[in-house]
Write a protein of this length. Structure first.
Length: 479
């Protein structure tokens, strides 16, 4: 008995098709001895039905058969996706090249001529089963790799969506420069409230960039495609402020020569930023409260009610709670505005952002001034970071602009503007003045606290007392 060389033939199901029973029996016994699973079929249609019902691993197909020849059987099997990839080996007494070509055109992979040698049949069967196995393995690998590629593609697409959102967020905040912890917390609050319709109250000292923050909220809101309307409440007297807010009819008051549409009408469906709302006169505050509560108002000189849908963002550098206690601001309006408040940190609390801001301002001024700055001495940058900036970012921008004007080379040496700083310091609270004075003394002593002619000695304090004050006022030595 021939040696069984097919260790993994359990799944090698072979369909043998021949109308002559002796040939069918011979092939079935030969392949059966080698361990193959054999399915004999002596009629063409029976073979087709068997193959379509359960596709075999390989088909041995006689050519000359009644009713339908092997070439037609092969064509039909190749037309069905279930058996399209099954290898077909023709076995025939036909020896003409033309017949073999017909077999290959029909979809066959090999041609065995009768009378056949057993070893030839077994060798060709093994070869094509191995090739089929390798093909299936490759298809499986391709399918697996394709799935992995698709998963990777989906992952990349999701990451790209995330990155696009991140880029969009950063783009919306592009006017707000910095990476300090206070700034990141502030921007986190912006992203929390931006997509809502809630009123936002922005608090912060003069020059901290409250309008930029309002714009960032608007740019992330559902009404980002509409223009944000702004109004500085401190810039106009009560009568003009009221007409700017709510509009007026011609002749509504002396000097009202034309009809004017108010900012609230213009802002309908968008965001209305009320800057310095703490300066708004009490009589105007009452009308503003009605708009916030009911979304309606009347133009000056016209009894017709106008309804609007406006998202309010207000800002102030005042302590509105104190203004309420002093009777300068309506308590009910304060609570209407203070739904979600965001405090803009002063520049002295985000000194690590100063270098980024400095270079941003340099870039802004370079082109219009026709200058190119390559370097800022470390001592100048350190001085900018030590300075308390009572005028905040606005003061820093003025300092850089001044330095750019007087600079004659590619090295910029900015220093705080002493005269401007003194004027601004008049408005500082006692705590800020104390903080600035301690920092000035520390700078003179190179930040030496104790010892003779140390900062504590010059201030007439014990070193432990000075250290306690520094901690309370948030004074730390610049890195």
């Amino acid at each position: 008995m021939p040696e069984n060389r097919n260790k993994d033939t359990g799944s090698n199901d072979i369909l043998i098709v021949d109308d002559e029973m002796p040939n069918l029996k011979l092939l079935s016994e030969l392949l059966g001895r080698e361990g193959y699973q054999v399915r004999p079929a002596n009629k063409p249609q029976v073979a087709i039905d068997s193959a379509l019902g359960q596709p075999p691993k390989l088909i041995l197909l006689d050519v000359r058969m009644p009713q339908m020849d092997g070439f037609e059987v092969c064509k039909r099997l190749k037309q069905d996706e279930r058996t399209r990839e099954v290898p077909v080996i023709f076995i025939s007494a036909l020896q003409e090249t033309e017949d073999k070509v017909r077999g290959f055109k029909a979809g066959g992979v090999d041609f065995i001529t009768k009378p056949f040698q057993e070893e030839e049949v077994l060798a060709r069967v093994r070869t094509h089963l191995e090739l089929r196995s390798m093909q299936l393995h490759l298809e499986e690998l391709v399918e697996k790799r394709t799935a992995e590629i698709m998963n990777l593609k989906n992952q990349i697409e999701q990451e790209n969506i995330y990155l696009r959102k991140e880029i969009e967020v950063k783009h919306q905040h592009e006017e707000i420069i910095g990476n300090s912890e206070p700034l990141r917390k502030m921007l986190s609050s912006v992203e929390q409230v931006a997509n809502t319709e809630s009123t936002v109250l922005i608090l912060g000292e003069t020059g901290t960039g409250k309008e930029l923050l309002a714009r960032a909220i608007h740019n992330l809101s559902p009404c980002k495609d509409r223009q944000m309307i702004t109004l500085n409440c401190a810039a106009l007297p009560a009568t003009l402020l009221e007409s700017e807010l709510f509009g007026r009819e011609k002749g509504a008051y002396t000097g009202a020569m034309t009809r004017q549409v108010g900012r609230f009408e213009i802002a309908d469906g968008s965001t209305f930023f009320l800057d310095e709302i703490g300066e708004m006169p009490l009589e105007v505050q009452a009308k503003l409260l009605r708009v916030l509560q009911e979304g309606q108002f009347e133009r000056l000189g016209n009894p017709e009610t106008i309804r609007v849908n406006v998202r309010i963002i207000a800002s102030t550098n005042r302590d509105l709670a104190t203004s309420v206690a002093e009777g300068r601001f309506r308590e009910d309006l304060y609570y209407r505005l203070n739904v979600f408040s965001i405090t803009v940190p002063p520049l002295r609390d985000r000194i690590e952002d100063i270098p980024l801001l400095v270079w941003a301002f340099i870039k802004e001024f370079e082109k219009p001034m026709g200058k190119a700055i390559e370097k800022i001495p470390q001592k100048n940058m350190a001085a900018l970071q030590r300075y308390p900036w009572p005028g905040n970012i606005r003061e820093l921008k003025n300092v850089i602009e001044n330095a750019m004007i007087i600079s004659n080379d590619r090295i910029l040496k900015p220093t705080p503007l002493a005269g401007l700083s003194l004027n601004l310091q008049k408005d500082l609270k006692l705590e800020a003045v104390e903080r600035n004075h301690i920092i000035d003394v520390l700078n003179k002593t190179s930040w030496r606290v104790s010892g003779q002619k140390g900062a504590a000695d010059l201030l007439g304090l014990k070193p432990t007392t000075l250290e306690s004050r520094m901690k309370k006022l948030g004074i730390t030595r610049p890195k």
